[in-house]
Design a binder for this molecule. Structure first.
Ligand code: PLP
Length: 510
């Protein structure tokens, strides 16, 4: 038996406290060194923004190329900052896709701006936990205020309350959980789904994949997500929603939630909120509005037709990290019924009780994670730097660019526009002269997209609409501009119309 005085050394202790302990290898960056490196990085970042158009939009790498350059194990001794920076330049940067590149037209953008990046640096430096008022009072009160500003800026109902989440996926999950709890009088939180009736969720057939994932996670089961058909514009058909709810009621199911899309990911289709909202009200169905990308356009009074009927909804999510120049992550989640939100998420363990609990918003009770980053700071910096008018001018300009491209596509005899363009996403395909089946056109356009993207001079993505392969071009990253889109459109036409290899010869600066 081991003696009490001499317990076996823990293996970790042997390597942490060896006799050959070398002091200098354990010291991290001094404040003096930090200051110098921070200045270098500020220069690096400014150069990056200035020269971003010179980088290939997408790196020319194969799976495993980057990992093969990284040592199989961690370093035993600390390394110099210069060594890390060199590897960042030589290994990491050549393997990055440059989302802020002016020829980046893929997916939806994830915008940023100088003030946003700088605020994020301050947030990182303070490293504060913003889970409750007590742990960072200014963070909580700034979030209150900025969410009030944003609510007014977007024209949302003035009695709604907002909170910042990491992503729209998380915000929609929160909405589905509130809907679930409301539909079962908060029984599921207590008893689980064992005794609950069969709950149903409705969304358009064009809805974002995150809804399916959230439906699974919230316990509804994907078999209970009912896809509602869409019209020629890819927007939900309200009558079909009504019919689906009636069918479900007749079968003894309980309709719990509908998700309306304001700006679908495939084509920015806008579901008609008022008729959908009226149906939901009539049947006591919780209505969540997913405006992850398009919500930014509500800054413009002339785009508020999209939110007509919003007062009938129960919750709304919009990502400033997509099209409002606030770097990832920052998702604004609004709800009409704050009490229902809190009742769904509130938990008050002894170790988190504070004297102010009844006077303040403790945002840990407004969503899923306990720990929270200080995200309001960057949103505040962005809104103050641009001003409402500055933000409006930028969004308006991006929509104007989208409209320009829509018209250019319409005027090109061998291109076909594939969906309405309410904003700045244009869906199109190449249709060369002659009679091609849809399948042939699918192959032609898939190959066109591959050739374009392989050039490294432009990045586009695809979707399928009614089984047809469609190329998407979104002009919404912070520096999106007409010249860049015109250059992109020229390149698309040249590459499409023939000469294999032209994509490589094309110079975006011509
Ligand atoms: C991007 C997007 C999402 C998902 O956003 P995350 O913040 O990445 O979770 C959801 N819905 C729509 C319509 C989107 O465009």
């Amino acid at each position: 038996m081991e003696s009490q005085e001499n317990p076996p050394a823990h293996p970790a202790a042997l390597c942490i406290f060896p006799a050959r302990y070398e002091r200098h290898n354990f010291s991290t960056m001094t404040h003096h060194e930090f200051r110098a490196h921070a200045h270098q990085l500020a220069d690096w970042m400014a150069d990056y923004f200035e020269n971003i158009a010179d980088y290939p939009v997408k790196p020319d790498v194969k799976p495993g190329d980057i990992k093969a350059q990284l040592p199989a194990g961690p370093p035993l001794q600390g390394e110099a900052f210069e060594a890390m920076m060199a590897d960042f330049q030589n290994i990491i940067l050549p393997g990055m896709t440059h989302w802020q590149h002016p020829q980046f037209f893929a997916y939806f953008p994830t915008g940023l701006s100088g003030p946003s990046v700088l605020a994020e640096m301050l947030t990182a430096a303070m490293g504060a936990q913003c889970m409750i008022w007590y742990t960072s009072p200014a963070a909580e009160e700034l979030e209150d205020r900025v969410m009030e500003w944003l609510r007014e800026m977007l024209g949302l109902p003035s009695d709604w309350v907002g909170v910042i989440q990491d992503t729209a996926s998380t915000a929609t999950l929160a909405a589905l959980i509130i809907a679930r709890e409301k539909a079962t009088a908060w029984a599921v939180n207590k008893e689980g789904l064992y005794t609950a009736p069969r709950l149903r969720v409705y969304a358009s057939a064009q809805v974002h994949s995150s809804i399916l994932k959230d439906v699974r996670i919230a316990g509804f089961g994907e078999d209970n997500l009912v896809f509602i058909p869409t019209d020629d514009n890819y927007a939900m058909i309200p009558e079909a929603l009504e019919q689906a709810i009636r069918n479900d009621l007749a079968q003894g199911f309980r309709p719990a939630c509908a998700v309306a899309a304001m700006g679908t990911t495939s084509s920015t289709a806008i579901d008609p909120l008022r008729p959908i909202g009226e149906i939901c009200r009539r049947h006591g169905v919780f209505l969540h509005v997913d405006a992850a990308y398009a919500g930014a356009a509500l800054l413009l009074p002339e785009m508020r037709w999209m939110s007509e009927g919003m007062e009938l909804a129960d919750s709304f999510v919009f990502n400033p990290h997509k099209w409002m120049f606030t770097n990832f992550d920052c998702s604004a989640f609004y709800v009409r019924d704050k009490a229902a939100l809190l009742r769904s998420f509130e938990i008050l363990p002894e170790y988190l009780k504070t004297p102010e609990d009844r006077l303040v918003n403790n945002y840990r009770d407004w969503g899923i994670p306990l720990g929270r980053r200080f995200r309001a700071l960057k949103l505040w910096f962005v809104i103050r730097s641009y001003g409402v008018k500055g933000l409006q001018a930028k969004i308006r300009e991006h929509i104007r660019i989208g409209q320009w491209l829509a018209q250019a596509v319409d005027e090109a005899p061998d291109f076909e526009r594939m969906a309405p363009v309410p904003l700045n996403l244009v869906c199109f395909r190449y249709c060369p002269e002659g009679h091609y089946s849809d399948e042939a056109l699918n192959r032609i356009n898939e190959s066109l997209l591959q050739r374009l993207n392989a050039s490294g001079r432009i990045l586009l993505t695809q979707t399928k609409l009614n089984g047809r392969y469609v190329i998407r071009l979104v002009a919404g990253q912070t520096d999106a501009n007409l010249e860049a889109v015109q250059r992109g459109w020229e390149m698309i036409q040249e590459v499409a119309r023939g000469e294999e290899g032209r994509a490589d010869a094309f110079n975006p600066h011509d």
